[in-house]
Design a protein around this ligand. Structure first.
Ligand code: 1CP
Length: 320
């Protein structure tokens, strides 16, 4: 449950008003924030407290996270000159705090810790758009006007993603997740041509480490078979696709992760319970399902509801 910590009073007390990127740079704070939802909920894995723009921020591209907005780049990526702003990541020097947080978490945790990075496409979209977008118009304009520049940008971001993920594995994470959150804005042919080869390279190289690889995007119903072929061991899905349909599209050789709609967590308990049971029944007790939300927890969710969700999933048994 990504961002499960966000709805917790102890998270708000620790984070205060400052920039999230500054909190991420303090391993004692980031370790504590990673552990907070684990203590509350008894979930089966922890996800590192960091953000997908941390590597590009660390190499000085000029990305910040504005409260209430998300990642913004005041001087967005426009031309081949901007490639110079995307040098290689040296994780020990550029993001030592991420590695220290991982080590700090592992000392405390008895469950696996998931490391992560943004998919090259999703990170590229923030750099090109200059902030969150609905249409990805500037990103697609670049793709369809200057293929060479698009490929160079994706190659740079692919290398940075790989460098970040390998360093997280070396620091001790038990699994990695590639968040290509906004890939669902692409048609299958756009995804296949402009994104697939780069994400594939990330999964190929991470495959050599032997850690399980999870892949996730929002609104990816039409992309699921491609996102499965790209190379992950687990494919995450949001709530727009019934989990049994997702399972068919992903294929039986991979695990599926998902897919409770986080927006219904403000509804009545009986509706939440019935949605959870529907998911569990549709997956039919078959192995290779990781129960999760279809996207992150919103800050206004009542922590007691999340606790009940975890308990229900843990206690659920199919009637035989
Ligand atoms: O569970 C956790 O808290 C883990 C930490 C985590 C993760 C896995 C954060 C902290 N961010 C992320 C990944 C991330 N960041 C993604 C991929 C997953 C997803 O699809 O949500 C994306 C797209 C971002 C970019 C981002 N960072 C946004 C989205 C903006 C948009 O385009 O709509 C936002 C709002 C942020 C800020 C952020 N990162 C993390 C938190 C807890 C927050 C909220 C702000 C804060 O508390 O200050």
């Amino acid at each position: 449950m990504r961002q499960a910590g966000r709805s917790l009073p102890e998270y708000r007390a620790l984070r205060k008003e400052g920039s999230i990127l500054e909190a991420i740079k303090k391993p004692d704070i980031s370790t504590e924030i990673t552990l907070q939802p684990i203590r509350r909920y008894g979930v089966d894995a922890a996800i590192l407290f960091s953000d997908i723009v941390v590597p590009v921020h660390a190499i000085g591209f000029g990305v910040e996270i504005e409260p209430g907005i998300g990642p913004v780049a005041a001087d967005p990526f426009r031309s081949s000159d901007d490639l110079k702003r995307l040098r290689n990541l040296n994780p020990e020097l550029d993001t030592p705090y991420v590695l220290d947080t991982i080590k700090g978490c592992i000392e405390e945790l008895e469950i696996p810790l998931i490391g992560f990075a943004g998919g090259p496409f999703t990170v590229a979209s923030y750099l090109i758009e200059g902030g969150p977008s609905r249409s990805y118009q500037k990103t697609k304009a670049l793709m369809f006007s200057d293929r060479k520049l698009w490929d160079s940008l994706m190659e740079r971001l692919t290398d940075i993603t790989i460098q970040s993920l390998l360093s997280q594995v070396e620091a001790g994470v038990s699994a990695i997740q590639l968040f290509d959150s906004w890939a669902g804005s692409l048609s299958p042919s756009q995804y296949e041509s402009f994104v697939f080869p780069y994400s594939q390279k990330v999964f190929d190289i991470l495959g050599e480490t032997g850690v399980p690889r999870i892949h996730f995007g929002v609104g990816t119903g039409e992309l699921l078979s491609l996102m499965s072929d790209v190379g992950a061991d687990v494919v995450g899905v949001d709530w727009r696709v019934p989990i049994d349909t997702a399972r068919e599209r992903i294929g039986s050789r991979k695990a599926v992760q998902g897919n409770l709609d986080p927006a219904i967590l403000g509804g009545s308990w009986s509706s939440i319970e019935s949605e959870i049971i529907t998911i569990m029944k549709k997956i039919g007790g078959k192995p290779g399902h990781i129960f999760n939300l279809g996207h992150g927890v919103t800050p206004d969710v009542n922590p007691d509801v999340l606790l009940r969700v975890v308990e229900l999933v843990h206690d659920f048994r199919l009637e035989t």
